[in-house]
Design a protein around this ligand. Structure first.
Ligand code: HMG
Ligand code: MG
Length: 306
């Protein structure tokens, strides 16, 4: 069995991780978190969303966050943009603060599409198409998140054909790579393999990113299944923060610390300094006033302080 020798990680903690926090997290804390992540060696960071602040108040400081980040050469910053208004918001900043990549986010289930972005899957594509076109014209890369590709909080089981259909739509509108998202963390490894197979007619293995929430404790097993298929791009959240406000009960993404611990243990390189990453996780957990959700982070932090 040959596995990828290196993995590229996008830390989505500042966005997916914090979007669901009840108490407002100040922009300065989000910016500090981004700085700590890039200091730890993260090469890609999902920094914020340009969504309606009425829907997701926590991301209402998107412009402040994007302008406050002290950029590090070689690091790519991405943001969520569900419509033209979102893209225009991101591009209204000075060019130096534009994202390198924007994310349009669709769903494999109709019900989740309605709850999350207030439109059908077909309507979402109509909204996304001009966003993708304008972003690409401006030299901004475009990723497409495929929510509920492995299960839906409203519809339950999501057949692989739905993933194939959504991936095809994403490809048609010009999306360059896709996130296979287990929004509610219900997937198990063979299901993940089937969803990857369903995506492959439209996107190459290099264009598929695993985005696994860890609600049922399956995210590392699911990552291993995806690694076995050759997927080498993943998203994770420092300290395992997060959850989607429109997926009740779903917890955070797999913790970046846990993923890095597993990958390094398997001899797969990530370019990340696990010690510094643990400090970043500790920083945000201390701010939020609760223990980290990362098992490896907790174990190594305890060992270090012993
Ligand atoms: P809508 O209400 O249908 O949009 O929302 P609208 O076009 O009718 O506009 C309504 C109001 O929102 C207007 O303001 C617009 O100006 C404003 P008003 O006239 O009432 O004052 N508005 C905006 N404001 C700022 N930025 C914008 C924007 N767009 C409209 N971009 C919309 C449609 C998509 C905007 C809304 O449903 C929304 O913002 N949803 C947010 C969904 C979200 O952020 N969910 C969490 C992220 S996705 C996720 O976590 C999943 C992921 O991690 C993968 C996975 O795990 O599955 C990516
Ligand atoms: Mg997510």
């Amino acid at each position: 069995m040959s596995l990828p020798s290196k993995v590229a990680l996008i830390d989505v903690g500042p966005r997916d991780g914090l979007q669901n926090e009840k108490g407002l997290v100040p922009a300065a804390v989000k910016i500090e978190l981004v700085h700590r992540l890039q200091d730890a060696g993260l090469q890609e960071i999902e920094a914020t969303s340009f969504v309606s602040p009425k829907w997701v108040p926590q991301m209402g400081d998107n412009a402040e966050v994007m302008t406050g980040i002290r950029r590090r050469a070689g690091v790519r910053y991405s943001v969520l943009t569900p419509n033209m208004k979102g893209l225009e918001g991101a591009m209204a900043l000075d060019r130096a603060h534009w994202p390198h990549e924007v994310v349009v986010f669709g769903a494999a289930s109709e019900a989740f599409s309605q709850k999350n972005i207030n439109c059908s899957i077909a309507e979402s594509m109509e909204r996304f198409a001009p966003v993708v076109e304008r972003a690409l014209q401006a030299g901004i890369a475009v990723r497409g998140a495929m929510s509920c590709a492995l299960g839906c909080p409203y519809e339950g089981e999501v057949p692989a054909e739905r993933v194939n259909y959504l991936a095809g739509l994403m490809k048609q509108i010009g999306v360059q790579r896709v996130d296979l998202a287990d929004t509610i963390g219900v997937a198990t490894p063979l299901k993940v393999k089937r969803a990857i197979e369903a995506t492959l007619p439209h996107f190459s293995i290099d264009q598929i990113c695993g985005h696994f929430h860890d609600t049922y404790g399956q995210a590392l097993a699911n990552t291993l299944a995806a690694l076995e298929m050759g997927v080498w791009n993943y998203q994770s959240s420092v300290a395992g923060l997060g959850g989607c406000p429109y997926a009740k009960g779903a917890t955070g993404n797999v913790a970046t610390e846990d993923l890095v611990y597993m990958l390094h243990g398997m001899g797969i390189t990530t370019g990340i300094d696990l010690d510094k990453l643990i400090d970043a996780g500790q920083f945000i957990s201390d701010f939020l006033g609760r223990p980290t959700n990362s098992r490896a982070g907790k174990a190594l932090f305890t060992k270090r302080s012993a």
